[in-house]
Ligand binder design. Structure first.
Ligand code: ADE
Ligand code: ZN
Length: 347
């Protein structure tokens, strides 16, 4: 759209809900709601150290990334059967549909399951079946990105890759997540090089809590196509120029950053600064069951807190399509749908 239609400020929340969008940074294990944790714990006979859903929810008071990861990996311990992985992904995809998410690229952490004796194919087949059904029944396209846990060794990442390769057609890429500080991207240089040779897309968490140097090495050593989070890039003007010039997408997760104390208040988030410096920013939910909101909650609360406008909304939605791993024709169709929603809400 050459010029984005003016939208009355009081209609921006409606616009944010209705506009089509892609979600590119969602850990499927982070979509596991406490109710589902309890249901799966019961049906699989897995003990959990909380008496009730409410008590579990009250434990979601995090001070940093590690304090969250400890509870997140414990929650994922209730996933045992292929049906559990399907049910978790399906619950997310239904919520995504309700938020007008037309496309999701979904992270999963297989090593946290295989370490407990769950087979790689149990994980991938359950998640993949939900993605297929979402395309048919919800009109949402969804694909999977296998994340290596960076607190483990590169050797263990190679083992996970090996186990996943027989299911190569069921995931589109690899990522890097878990405890960031002390585990720089270059620790995984060889496994990412191998993934590149295999034609897998590559992304990595960098600059969530870690320094701008990790963003540089994710790009230059791992060869990633997107940076997950990347908000610490604002501390390095040279890096900011590069990210803007190369239009490297950042998958920013505002409510996650708030809950993990990366920014003290949502009003202090630097998303507006990143956008206005010309970076290809997108908005995402990260671990919505733990951070108090799915994708539209992230949009609504962030716009309210930081004063972003309808112009920013169009940019963020269009960036989400541009940054996705789909073909140009599909991106154009989604952009047309975006323009239609904007036109229908014109002042
Ligand atoms: N795994 C799940 N959520 C994560 C996050 N926000 N950062 C790093 N690893 C994660
Ligand atoms: Zn993440």
């Amino acid at each position: 759209m050459a010029t984005i239609p003016a939208i009355a400020a009081d209609r921006v929340p409606e616009l944010l809900r209705r506009m089509p969008k892609a979600e590119l940074h969602i850990h499927i294990e982070g979509s596991l709601e406490p109710e589902l944790i309890f249901a799966m714990a019961r049906r699989n006979g897995v003990p959990i150290p909380y008496a009730s859903v409410d008590e579990l929810r009250r434990a979601y008071a995090f001070t940093n990334l590690q304090s969250f990861l400890d509870i997140y990996y414990a929650g994922a311990g209730v996933l045992v059967a292929e049906q559990d992985f399907f049910d978790m992904a399906w619950a997310y995809l239904e919520k995504a549909r309700a938020d007008n998410v037309v496309h999701a690229e979904i992270f999963f952490d297989p090593q946290t399951h295989t370490a407990r004796g769950v087979a790689m194919e149990t994980v991938i087949n359950g998640l993949h079946r939900a993605c297929e059904q979402a395309r048919e029944q919800l009109g949402v396209s969804a694909s999977l990105i296998l994340c290596f846990l960076r607190h483990l060794s590169e050797e263990e990442a190679f083992q996970a890759l090996e186990q996943a390769l027989p299911l190569r057609d069921k995931f589109i890429g690899v990522g890097l997540d878990s405890s960031e500080v002390g585990h720089p991207p270059e620790k995984f240089a060889r496994v990412f090089a191998r993934c590149g040779e295999l034609g897998l897309h590559r992304v990595a968490h960098a600059g969530e809590e870690g320094p701008p140097e990790y963003v540089w090495t994710a790009l230059d050593v791992l060869g990633v196509e997107r940076i997950d989070h990347g908000v610490q890039s604002a501390r390095d003007p040279q890096l900011m120029r590069r990210l803007a010039q190369e239009r490297v997408p950042l998958t920013v997760c505002p409510l996650s950053n708030l809950k993990l104390c990366v920014f003290p208040r949502l009003e202090d988030h630097n998303i507006r600064r990143l956008l206005e410096a010309g970076l290809a920013v997108t908005v995402n939910s990260d671990d919505p069951a733990y951070f108090g909101g799915y994708l539209n909650d992230n949009f609504l609360q962030t716009f309210e807190a930081t004063g972003l406008t309808a112009q920013h909304a169009w940019q963020l939605a269009n960036n989400s399509f541009e940054a996705s791993f789909v073909g140009a024709e599909q991106k154009r169709r989604w952009r047309d749908r975006l323009d239609e929603v904007f036109a229908s809400l014109q002042a």
